[in-house]
Each structure stands twice: as structure tokens, then as C-alpha cells.
Design a protein around this ligand. Structure first.
Ligand SMILES: [Zn+2]
Ligand SMILES: [Zn+2]
Length: 159
């Protein structure tokens, strides 16, 4: 099985090593990718454990479980990262995650923040961003394989 994070590597050679707890993710981006994969595989413990304790809600586990069970994840694109390398203490990852809810395909475009404590990266929180719009001749964000202009681009859009 290829890793759902889109790296083209096999799962056991990619995010699988972090999900199994063999290593902790060395960068904020790798943690973000492995958390996406944990949503795909419904690994609730991994999602709970990699959320920073100071940001956990009393119902964090239920929220994570509901999200993981409710949505079918179709693909991840990391758009940008700031810091978050092994020598950093904080990092930001901007990404688009595509998911299916019922019959409709939608995207989560978020800037997620991460901090490192005792050598381990944790997700703290993130800002939802407006839907990511590729250029009109670029592949659509939904991973259909079509160009954006032939897929989810709204008529009359300037891009
Ligand atoms: Zn991966
Ligand atoms: Zn599309």
C-alpha cells in the first residue's frame, strides 16, 4: 500500500514508522503528513497523542473519532512550510486536504501550527483559509486529474 500522504513511498517506509511509534516525526511537515494518514487509517490514539496537551479539549478524543469516521480522505497537498525543521522549536505547514463527505468532494485549506517539546513535534492549532484556487490550467485541487478550469473552477472566476 502506498502511503496516503502522497509521497509515492510505501506506507511502512513513510508515515507508517511514525504511526507505529518506531520514531517520532523529525519535522513539522512529517508530523502533519503522518496525522493526515492517521485520519485516513482512523488511528485515533496517534491523533490524540500528537495533539499538544495544552490544546486538547475535554472531548478531543470524541472530536477526532467523529472526524475520522465521518469523512473519507482523498488526498493531501502540502503548499508551504515555515521553519519546523529538526533544529527548530516551532513550525507552520500550509496544506490542502481533500475529503468526501457523503457524495460531495470538499477541501480543507489550513495553516497548522506545531511546536516541539522534548524532541517531539506536536500539533497545536490552525487557521482555516479560504478554498485553495489553482491556476486555471493547473490540476484541480480535488485530484480528479482534470484541469481546474474544467473541474471545480467557478464560472466567472478571474483565475
Ligand atoms: Zn507518508
Ligand atoms: Zn475538481
Amino acid at each position: 500500500m502506498r502511503c496516503p500522504c502522497g509521497s509515492q513511498k510505501l506506507l511502512p517506509q513513510c508515515c507508517g514508522v511514525y504511526l507505529q511509534g518506531l520514531f517520532s516525526a523529525p519535522t513539522a511537515e512529517k508530523l502533519m503528513r503522518s496525522r493526515y494518514v492517521a485520519y485516513c487509517l482512523k488511528n485515533i490514539d496517534y491523533l490524540f497523542n500528537t495533539e499538544h496537551p495544552s490544546h486538547r479539549q475535554p472531548n478531543s478524543r470524541q472530536l477526532i473519532t467523529a472526524t475520522a469516521n465521518h469523512l473519507e480522505w482523498l488526498g493531501l497537498t502540502v503548499l508551504a512550510t515555515e521553519a519546523g525543521q529538526s533544529e527548530d522549536k516551532t513550525g507552520v505547514v500550509e496544506f490542502v486536504a481533500v475529503f468526501k463527505e457523503g457524495k460531495s468532494v470538499a477541501q480543507l485549506h489550513e495553516r497548522s501550527r506545531f511546536i516541539k517539546e522534548n524532541g517531539k513535534w506536536f500539533y497545536t492549532d490552525g487557521d482555516r483559509l479560504p478554498p485553495f484556487q489553482p491556476k486555471k490550467n493547473e490540476p484541480c485541487w480535488c485530484k480528479s486529474g482534470k484541469k481546474f478550469k474544467q473541474c471545480h473552477r467557478k464560472k466567472g472566476s478571474s483565475r
